[in-house]
Design a protein around this ligand. Structure first.
Ligand code: NAD
Length: 499
């Protein structure tokens, strides 16, 4: 076993040179080996980094839009050149297969491309002669230091949902990535400096609750963008807003895929496999509840089981379809739901706990698992499992399926599979979920739309990236101007009116 590599903070463009009081272990989930020793930031260190970011912001906010766009374009080029290396870092610490890791880098890259258009995105409005000889115009200005706290499951893409837009809008950033797979965030952050971003505008602090709490309460942090599980999202929202910050906190999910009897069942079976087992189910947009309207459930289940038999689970560097779970503890938790489902009366059709895994060592694997006859009230349905466990819920009608989805406390993503345009149109209107797919199982919005769920999947009201991202990272200002001439004299204590 080789010595774990030290992984540390990136402060003002350089690796931190101090000595950490606390560290945590980073694993290769495919082999079970400890590969990294991560420095965990103290509250004092977080405070120093925020102060440094604030100082850098004072200059960056006045940097011209042209110059900012040039940095963004260069960053985009560097990220594109480096995407395979970053994907390999993701696979080594998260476990997802290489093609999937590359996919997340590319989706993050698209947000950088969107942010390259910042001069256009920040254009204000101008109304000449709103009142006689009075012009009114609007502008958007940066906030200051933006804190971004990200989860383990998209170590490159989720930070990239926020960082390029925050920087393009003229803010400085302190990113706190997941402590489970920190290296990709560092690798992407280093590119900013190579792209010409001034030191201190982009910083990475690694850590746990202590670092997060320090960010949530520091007076120079002006906004918090959080992505993670629902209990922590709620905590971050409540703590951050109580401290007077603008907060967007994206939480967990339980995504349903509704299959109507007229759907193309082969297409639906492929989609259920891809969305249920891709990235070992560790996606906030993974489908975990397959809601099938009778009488097609038996046929659909049988098509899914056929396809599951062809999937290869193992080391993500070996061309497998699916990799391991992120930690041994998470693997054990996911595995425990299989027994819980069986005990509650569901039918375990494919049990992935005893799979044959293509990997060396002692990786954290559970193979694709299918549980039928699942109902609300069973933990396998009620909880976000965040693993490769697909539950089939049989319903009698579209209405029953819709009611089930709308009763769920989460509202991140959902999908309907049907060939009936009218039913699909009704679904998109009636379903209480933020992101909807029609014959698309993982409806992750493109960068120029915004990503975000409803209900317990989002605290705050602003989604990530797109124009909502630009609004989140800026404050609006409206100027009313009149260039005085002698005719404007006179006293009038009335409320200003347009005429
Ligand atoms: P998590 O909530 O455990 O951790 C997220 C971040 O919060 C990490 O940076 C972590 O260090 C920090 N954190 C953990 N515990 C904390 C505490 N007690 N106090 C303060 N900070 C704390 O989430 P995770 O396991 O890394 O990620 C998986 C979860 O994220 C799933 O629930 C998934 O659905 C969700 N997720 C949601 C979206 C979305 O867009 N809605 C996207 C990706 C992931």
């Amino acid at each position: 076993m080789s010595t774990p590599t030290r992984i540390t903070h990136l402060v003002a463009g350089s690796p931190w040179e101090g000595t950490a009081e606390r560290t945590s272990e980073v694993y290769d989930p495919a082999t079970g080996e400890v590969t990294g020793a991560l420095d965990l930031a103290s509250a004092d260190l977080v405070g120093e980094v925020v102060e440094g970011a604030h100082a850098a912001w004072l200059e960056w906010r006045d940097t011209s839009l042209t110059r900012r766009a040039q940095v963004l374009f260069r960053f985009r080029e560097l990220l594109n050149e480096d995407k395979e290396r970053i994907a390999a870092l993701i696979t080594a610490e998260h476990g997802k297969v290489l093609s999937d890791a590359l996919g997340e880098v590319v989706r993050g890259l698209e947000v950088a491309e969107y942010a390259c258009g910042i001069p256009n995105l920040l254009r204000g409005g101008f109304s000449e002669n709103a009142s006689t000889a009075v012009d009114v115009y609007s502008m958007r200005q940066p906030l200051g230091v933006a804190a971004i706290i990200s989860p383990f499951n998209f170590p490159a893409m989720v930070p990239l949902w926020f960082v390029p837009i925050a920087i393009a809008c003229g803010n400085a950033v302190v990113l706190k990535p997941s402590e489970k797979d920190p290296s990709a965030a560092n690798a992407v952050a280093e590119l900013w400096q190579r792209a010409g971003l001034p030191d201190g505008v982009m910083n990475v602090v690694h850590g746990d609750k202590e670092a997060v709490d320090a960010l949530l309460t520091h007076d120079k942090v002006r906004s918090v963008s959080f992505v993670g599980s629902t209990p922590i999202a709620r905590y971050v929202y409540e703590t951050g807003t109580a401290a007077g910050k603008r907060v967007q906190a994206l939480g967990g999910a339980k995504n349903h895929m509704l299959v109507l009897p007229d759907a193309d069942l082969d297409l639906a079976a492929d989609a259920a496999i891809n969305a249920g087992f891709g990235s070992a189910g560790e996606r906030c947009m993974a489908i975990s509840a397959l809601v099938v309207v009778e009488p097609v459930a038996d046929e659909l289940v049988s098509k899914i089981v056929d396809r599951m038999g062809k999937l290869r689970t193992g080391d993500g560097r070996r061309g497998c379809d699916m990799g391991p779970l992120v930690t041994a503890a998470h693997r054990d938790k996911v595995a425990s739901y299989v027994d819980a489902g069986a005990q509650a009366g569901a039918k375990v059709v494919v049990d992935g706990r005893d799979g044959d895994f293509d990997a060396d060592g002692d990786g954290f694997f559970v193979a694709p698992t299918l549980i039928d006859e699942v109902r609300p009230g069973m933990s396998v349905y009620d909880d976000e499992i965040f693993g490769p466990v697909l539950s089939v819920v049989r319903v009698a009608s579209y209405d029953e399926g819709l009611e089930l989805i709308n009763a769920n406390p989460y509202g991140n993503g959902t999908a309907i599979f049907t060939n009936d345009g009218g039913a699909a149109r009704r679904f998109q209107h009636e379903v209480e979920v933020g992101m909807v797919g029609i014959n698309v199982p993982i409806p992750v919005p493109v960068s120029y739309y915004s990503f975000g769920g409803w209900k317990n999947s989002l605290f705050g009201d602003t989604h990530a990236h797109g124009m909502e991202g630009v609004h989140f990272f800026t404050r609006g200002k409206v100027v009313t101007q009149r260039w005085l001439d002698p005719s404007h004299g006179g006293i009038n204590l009335g409320f200003p009116q347009t005429d």
